[in-house]
Design a protein around this ligand. Structure first.
Ligand SMILES: *Cc1c(COP(=O)(O)O)cnc(C)c1O
Length: 363
């Protein structure tokens, strides 16, 4: 049993079974008349794939994802992107209007959005500017979790937008300290670009770690909306009870299965190598430009860049048709842009636009 999940799960949901859908009841038969589905396929749906409600947790896809992430199927919940996983964690562990989460801004905005919508407090432990980059202070985050009795703490590794890769030892030490008191969530949306081990290997030893993975980035399937929460089976069972009955549409399940076929996975791995190569070249190119103040090291498929005149840089890129992520409104990042590592040609467009702007200044 997981001491942490038992201790932290919302008191009022302990005996909540969730919605019992027709698909989730394990009955056998050859005439299915228990879900008020149409007996006839839609005219547009020649093979009738869409006539019936889909499986709540599609077995073949879960098996494939579990193999990919090297966990047991009972350690995995699949849903509508990791965004849904974040929302489910808030719902399962924070009473509406109460509870708190710990985050390390500047960071991916969905943790705070879900907390806000749920009425949970957001306890912020800002990243620190250091020689190595923008770094999360894990001991300080642990202090904040204990002081606020927050049941959830969000780490992002590689960090969006910091690019920082967290050491598994540091994550394990934090989890050990917070065992029974706080769930440490490691959002690994970009881990495939890091060429580093996943925090999933900490799951056996730590019942208070959960890992978020997604098919949106490395697997190039953002429009399909498929992501996973990985954690101990009690945690997964609890989240399942909170989740909508049929989170994944059948066409999405089919697309995800195709994207995880061995041939597709081989292509994904070679894309990762290409992105790492392009990332290094783009970072080198940017560092040569006089208007660039700092390019942070990045383990993701993006670079966080500070500019001497960020307004001019943003405008120069935009007028060349290049749209990058404006970070100017974020605390600590008033002079920064986040640039996704695109194709080699797209990276050249970024450098050319900034190079041209430099000429203009000189002229
Ligand atoms: C893009 C991103 C996600 C979103 O993942 P989806 O699976 O598309 O919902 C999650 N976390 C971080 C840090 C991201 O940058």
């Amino acid at each position: 049993m997981s001491a942490t999940v038992n201790a932290l799960l919302r008191e009022d949901l302990r005996d909540f079974a969730g919605y019992k859908s027709a698909r989730s009841e394990a009955l056998a038969g050859s005439v299915w008349l228990n879900a008020n589905e149409s007996a006839w396929a839609n005219g547009s749906d020649a093979d009738g794939r869409l006539r019936r409600y889909p499986q709540p947790q599609p077995e073949a896809l879960c098996a494939r994802l579990a193999a990919l992430y090297d966990v047991a199927p009972a350690q995995l919940l699949v849903g509508r992107g990791s965004d849904e996983g974040i929302d489910l964690l808030l719902r399962a562990f924070c009473m509406p209007g109460r509870g708190a989460i710990v985050t390390a801004p500047p960071v991916f905005g969905m943790y705070a959005v879900c907390a806000r919508l749920h009425g949970a407090k957001i306890v912020e432990v800002p990243l620190r500017e250091a020689e190595a980059g923008l770094c999360a202070d894990l001991p300080a985050m642990g202090d904040a979790a204990l002081a606020s009795a927050a049941p959830l703490l969000f780490l992002c590794s590689p960090g969006n937008p910091s690019g920082e890769l967290l050491e598994l030892d540091a994550i394990a030490a934090l989890a050990r300290r917070l065992r029974g008191r706080c769930l440490v969530i490691v959002d690994e949306a970009y881990i495939e670009y890091a060429d580093a081990p996943s925090a999933t290997r900490l799951l056996e030893q730590h019942d208070n770690i959960a890992v978020l993975r997604t098919l949106s980035k490395a697997h190039a399937l953002a429009a399909a909306r498929v992501g996973c929460v990985l954690g101990n089976p009690q945690l997964i069972a609890a989240l399942r009870r909170v989740q909508a009955p049929y989170p994944l549409p059948q066409p999405v399940v089919d697309a995800a299965l195709a994207a995880l076929a061995p041939s597709a996975l081989a292509l994904t791995r070679s894309r990762m190598a290409a992105v790492r190569e392009a990332r290094a070249r783009l970072a080198d190119g940017l560092r040569m430009l006089p208007q660039v103040r700092r390019v942070y090291p990045s383990a993701g498929n993006f670079l966080l860049v500070r500019f001497a005149d960020v307004d001019a840089a943003f405008a120069a890129l935009l007028s060349a048709g290049v749209v990058v992520r404006d970070m100017r409104a974020m605390a600590q990042l008033g002079d920064a842009l986040r640039i996704t590592v695109g194709s080699m040609e797209e990276c050249r467009r970024v450098l050319a636009a900034l190079e041209a702007a430099r000429m203009e200044v000189a002229a």
